[in-house]
Design a protein around this ligand. Structure first.
Ligand code: AP5
Length: 202
C-alpha cells in the first residue's frame, strides 16, 4: 500500500513498483476520475467532493474496492494507491484482505503545493510529469492535461482532509508493525530506490 499526503509521489512510485512486481495498481483516485468521465451515477456522486478537495464518503469507496478485488487480476495481491484514507476504510479492508506493507512517503506541506500545482498528466499513457521536477518531452507538451483539483485552493482542503482524516492511519499501521517510512523529498529515483531497498529488507 502506498500512503502519504496528496502529491507525495504515490502515483509516480506506483509505476515502478508495478513494473517490478507485476501486481495491479488500484488507485481509488483514478477509479473515481474514470467514473466521473463516464458520467456514471458513482462519478456524479463523487464529483462535488473531489472538486472541493474533500474525501468521498466511506461507503462509496468501500463498495468500489470490494468490487475491484473480485476481478481475477487481484487474486495474487495488489498495490493500493491512495486507499485506505480513513480508519473506517482500513477496518473494512482488514475484513477482506491482508495488508503486508504500508509505504509512507513523507513530504512536508510546504513542498506539496508546488508539486501539485506543477503536475501535468499525459492522457494517452497516464504518465505523470511536473513542469520543473519531471518535464515532459517537447513532442507531447500540447496534449498534457492538468487535473481539475490541482489548484492551490483545493490542495489546501486536500491537505486538511489528509491531516484530519488520513494521517491517523499512519499510527494505526505503525502499531501493527506494517509502516515503512520513506523520505519523499529526495529525487524521484532516490525515493524509488529507498522503497525497493526497504521492501527487500523486510
Ligand atoms: P487521488 O487521486 O488519490 O489524489 P491524492 O491522494 O491527492 O494524490 P495525488 O494523486 O494528488 O498525488 P500522488 O501522491 O499520487 O503524487 P504524484 O505521484 O502524482 O485522490 C483525488 C480525490 O479523490 C481526493 O481528494 C478525494 O476526493 C477522492 N479520493 C480518492 N481516494 C479516496 C479514498 N480512498 N477515500 C475517499 N476519497 C478518495 O506526484 C505529484 C507531482 O509531484 C507530480 O507532478 C510528480 O511528477 C511530482 N513528484 C513526484 N515525486 C517527486 C519527487 N520525489 N520530487 C519532485 N517531484 C516529485
Amino acid at each position: 500500500m502506498l500512503f502519504g499526503p496528496p502529491g507525495a509521489g504515490k502515483g509516480t512510485q506506483a509505476a515502478r513498483i508495478v513494473d517490478l512486481t507485476s501486481k495491479p495498481q488500484i488507485s481509488t483516485g483514478d477509479m473515481l476520475r474514470a467514473a466521473l468521465l463516464e458520467g456514471s451515477e458513482l462519478g456524479k456522486e463523487a464529483k462535488s467532493y473531489m472538486e472541493a478537495g474533500e474525501l468521498v464518503p466511506d461507503d462509496i469507496i468501500i463498495g468500489l474496492i470490494s468490487q475491484r478485488l473480485k476481478v481475477d487480476d487481484a487474486k495474487n495481491g495488489v498495490l493500493f494507491d491512495g486507499f485506505p484514507r480513513t480508519i473506517a476504510q482500513a477496518e473494512e479492508l482488514a475484513k477482506i484482505a491482508k495488508v503486508d506493507s504500508v509505504i509512507s512517503i513523507e513530504v512536508p506541506d510546504d513542498s506539496i503545493v508546488q508539486r501539485i500545482v506543477g503536475r501535468r498528466m499525459d492522457p494517452e499513457t497516464g504518465e505523470i510529469y511536473h513542469v520543473d521536477f519531471k518535464p515532459a518531452p517537447e513532442s507531447i507538451i500540447d496534449r498534457l492535461v492538468q487535473r481539475k483539483d490541482d489548484n492551490e485552493f483545493t490542495v489546501r482542503n486536500r491537505l486538511k482532509a489528509y491531516h484530519e482524516q488520513t494521517s491517523p492511519l499512519a499510527i494505526w499501521y505503525e502499531n501493527q508493525g506494517l509502516l515503512i517510512k520513506v523520505d519523499g523529498e529526495q529525487s524521484i529515483k532516490d525515493v524509488g530506490d529507498e522503497i525497493i531497498s526497504k521492501l527487500s529488507a523486510r
